[in-house]
Design a binder for this molecule. Structure first.
Ligand code: UDP
Ligand code: MG
Length: 336
């Protein structure tokens, strides 16, 4: 396979300085995507800083990615960076979305372990300490799995259904009830950075990588402030990226639907011919039937075209090879 070669040619991953074998305690990076979190971000940072004080044996860096916030989030982040030398802020030129913000954070994180978490306090900072313990015990990827969650009923139900659907059709085992709250060992983080597809479903990419994976269970809290930045539209898009990125089941489904309607058609033909031959006095009436079948098949065909189209659209996006994100500024990066 030319896989390795393809990656070399097609990918321009930003250069990165790793902490490597430098002396001092192991460095832990937090990757923190922020989109319009002005009301909660300061409290989040305080809680996170308080939590990591319980593990003084590590060094820390906090990589905030400002994903084109339209509120004052950036100003708050700049302020945090001024008062805390461990804070770095990657400021996007516009909103690129949660999954891409995480990617940028991973590109800029230099730690021996990288922890990705939301900045709305739905992922409790304390849980990341448990992840660190699990990492110390030898795990290379530690995912946080929700034992319970306190989102609205609709969100809970759709998430529950979706994770199970994905489990059935995806070609890799994607763990259920697991989001992007996760610790990655330096080795796993470096490998994850090689996945540069545009339609990103990071939890799926992590699942395909392998490595020694562990879970910690946690109770997902409510948002501390503000409201969800994942409206229905973005959620559906992520869900579609998950399915199309890791499964060709929708394409196979089209073939199956084709077979079923073909079978029905054959049965219909045999019936009509038999009627004509053996009961010539009966006329097969059926304007209504005709319309129903016509509309049904037309709908089925358009649906199928839509499914194929969504794969083709994703191919087009990949072929364009645009950069995944555009950074306006990096704040608090004294390493140059
Ligand atoms: N987020 C982001 N870009 C976006 C949407 C969300 O960086 O376009 C961030 C957001 O600030 C939060 C995290 O991603 O830290 C998860 O978003 P949210 O809490 O709205 O999702 P939910 O928990 O409702 O699924
Ligand atoms: Mg949230």
């Amino acid at each position: 396979m030319s896989e390795g070669v393809r990656h070399e040619v097609a990918v321009s991953v930003p250069k990165q300085q790793t902490s490597g074998e430098s002396e001092g305690p192991p460095l832990v990076s937090y990757v923190l995507p922020v989109y319009n979190e002005v009301d909660g971000i300061r409290r989040f940072h305080e809680e996170l800083a308080a939590a990591v004080r319980e593990r003084p044996e590590f060094g820390y860096e906090f990589v905030y990615v400002n994903d084109g916030s339209a509120d004052g989030s950036l100003r708050v982040l700049e302020d945090l960076a001024k008062n805390d030398p461990r804070v770095r802020v990657i400021d996007f030129a516009r909103n690129f979305g949660h999954q891409i913000a995480i990617t940028a954070g991973l590109d800029h994180a230099t730690g021996d372990a990288v922890i990705v978490m939301d900045t709305d306090l739905q992922d409790p900072p304390k849980v990341s300490l448990e992840m660190l313990d699990t990492w110390q015990d030898g795990a290379e990827v530690v995912s946080a799995r929700r034992r319970s969650r306190r989102d609205g009923r609709v969100k809970r139900a759709t998430a529950h259904g979706y994770y199970r659907l994905l489990k059935r059709c995806a070609e890799v085992e994607i763990p259920v009830d697991t989001g992007d709250f996760r610790l990655l060992d330096r080795r796993a983080a470096d490998q994850l950075r090689r996945y540069r597809e545009r339609s990103r479903f990071i939890r799926g990419m992590v699942a395909t990588m392998g490595f020694q994976q562990q879970e910690v269970l946690f109770d997902r809290d409510e948002r501390a402030a503000g409201e969800t930045k994942y409206p229905m539209r973005k959620m559906l898009r992520l869900a579609a990226d998950g399915v199309t990125g890791f499964s060709t089941a929708p394409l196979k489904l089209i073939t199956r639907m084709g077979f079923v309607s073909l079978t029905l058609a054959v049965v219909g033909i045999v019936y009509a011919v038999a009627l004509r031959l053996f009961f010539p006095e009966v006329t097969v009436s059926g304007w209504t039937m005709l319309m129903v079948v016509l509309l049904f098949l037309g709908g089925l065909q358009m649906l199928s075209l839509g499914v194929i189209g969504s794969y083709v659209g994703r191919i087009y996006q990949e072929v364009q090879q645009r950069p995944l994100y555009v950074v306006r500024d990096v704040i608090g990066d004294d390493r140059g």
